[in-house]
Design a protein around this ligand. Structure first.
Ligand code: PA5
Length: 439
């Protein structure tokens, strides 16, 4: 069984007995089976589990075709959405392309994210970037009511109308939203936008492998079939492996046990800056899934080695409330340091090394130092930064998060706290009738 994603917990188990890990793994496996068989109280929220193997060819083809059309008519494709309706696509672009928006020059295309804040400055900046460029918009909102997305989209729609006229503007919009209700659904129907259904049984943060994530990735020219393939391989590995060798369940289990031993914060730490957007998605996934009923590990992130020079002191010697999950790319992009040994004043030890090798030594050193300082360290290994590996790591983390939430005794698929803020804001804006509840 091919395990694309692996977990090394050898520096995280101090104080945890093998028996307690085994018992917890067994419970995790029961929760996995409930989710896989769509049993139990959350059965109607687990549509994400089968996406890698159940997404119909007709939908994949339609996504690819629409993405091609958008690319052909655009210099810039704007992806308008927030939270789970944006972070997954951002994570994929950052992971696979190194950079969220900067596609290769040769593609002649840029992706611009909008609708994820209420900042006038940011919106003005986006509009300035669109001036005199051909652009189109993918708007993603499950409810269609989210204020950040709605405001940005209305502004973008006005701009499309002004620049391209009603008929062309309409063809430049694709909406991913509920298939029967909500303001975005109504507007799409009234204006004649093409729409894709945001599945009701999938929450925003679990939607990366649905059309909500796949359409923006395809629009950027990425191979969404490989993304789904990697996720499907990871799914096979998770379903076909005993609990003891099941790293996704192990991740859920060990972080739960660490939390019970007093570690209340998890720091996700890639040694590659372009994994920053993956970390942002991970924070939402775990934060929204676990942080309720007074429970949950606080998900934080840092990029190493950069942040070792700012947060390193706190991690090494501050309150012992942290554990760390290092993200390791097994085959990173490399660069040989072709340095002339004769010119290396005091840096002779670098001669002959590659930069990826130095980065790896830094990773090992960090794990050892932090572990010695009382920080349990987990290491998540990802083969490379391909579309396939992206699909695999997303699936690995989604399963770990859902299973971990069930172990914690919370509903890992709702977000009543987010709805609470939306309700208060609508009251302050004198829009008390606005629906904020999830469909
Ligand atoms: O995970 C979630 O449910 C949230 O982050 C939502 O994705 C976010 O609030 C955006 O909601 P919507 O897709 O309805 O616009």
């Amino acid at each position: 069984m091919a395990h694309l994603i692996r977990l090394d917990d050898s520096l995280a188990l101090d104080g945890l007995t093998p028996q307690c890990v085994q018992e917890s793994l067994h419970q995790a496996h029961q929760r996995l089976l409930d989710i896989a068989d769509r049993r139990g109280q959350y059965a109607d929220q687990t549509g994400w589990f089968d996406l890698p193997v159940a997404t119909p060819e007709s939908l994949i083809g339609r996504i690819e075709e629409r993405a091609r059309m958008l690319r052909n008519m655009s210099d810039i494709i704007v992806v308008c959405g927030v939270g789970g309706s944006s972070l997954g696509a951002r994570a994929g672009l950052g992971f696979i392309l190194d950079n969220e928006t900067g596609l290769p020059e040769s593609s002649g295309l840029q992706i611009l994210f909008a609708g994820d804040s209420l900042s006038p400055r940011q919106l003005n900046h986006s509009l300035n970037r669109l001036a005199e460029r051909r652009f189109s918009v993918i708007v993603v909102s499950k409810t269609g009511t989210t204020i950040e997305t709605s405001i940005a989209f209305q502004v973008l729609w006005s701009e499309l109308l002004r620049r391209f006229g009603a008929d062309d503007a309409r063809k430049r919009v694709v909406a991913v939203t509920d298939s029967q209700r909500g303001p975005l659904f109504s507007m799409a129907r009234a204006k004649g936008f093409e729409t894709f259904e945001f599945p009701r049984d999938i929450g925003g943060r679990y939607s990366v492998l649905s059309v909500a994530g796949l359409l923006p990735l395809a629009a950027a020219g990425l191979d969404i079939r490989s993304v789904l393939q990697g996720a499907a391989e990871q799914r096979d590995a998770i379903l076909g492996t005993s609990p003891a060798d099941n790293d996704s369940l192990r991740y859920a289990t060990v972080r739960r046990l660490l939390s019970e031993s007093g570690k209340s914060t998890e720091l996700l730490a890639p040694f590659e800056p372009s994994l920053c957007s993956l970390a942002e998605w991970w924070k939402q996934l775990f934060g929204e899934s676990e942080g309720k009923d007074g429970k949950g590990i606080f998900p934080a992130s840092a990029v190493f080695t950069t942040d070792l020079h700012s947060l390193g002191q706190y991690i090494q010697q501050g309150p012992r409330l942290l554990f760390e999950t290092i993200v390791d790319i097994c085959a990173p992009m490399d660069r040989t340091l072709s340095l002339d040994p004769g010119e290396l004043e005091g840096l002779e030890y670098l001669a002959g090394r590659s930069l990826a090798n130095v980065n790896r030594q830094a990773q090992i050193a960090t794990a050892l130092a932090h572990h010695d300082g009382g920080v349990p360290v987990l290491r998540l290994s990802i083969p490379d930064m391909s579309a396939r590996s992206f699909g695999a790591v997303v699936y690995f983390l989604e399963v770990a998060c859902a299973v971990g939430g069930c172990l914690l005794g919370v509903n890992p698929f709702n977000q009543p706290g987010v709805d609470e803020y939306k309700k208060r804001m609508y009251e302050l804006l004198n829009a008390p009738g606005m629906p904020s509840k999830r469909y």
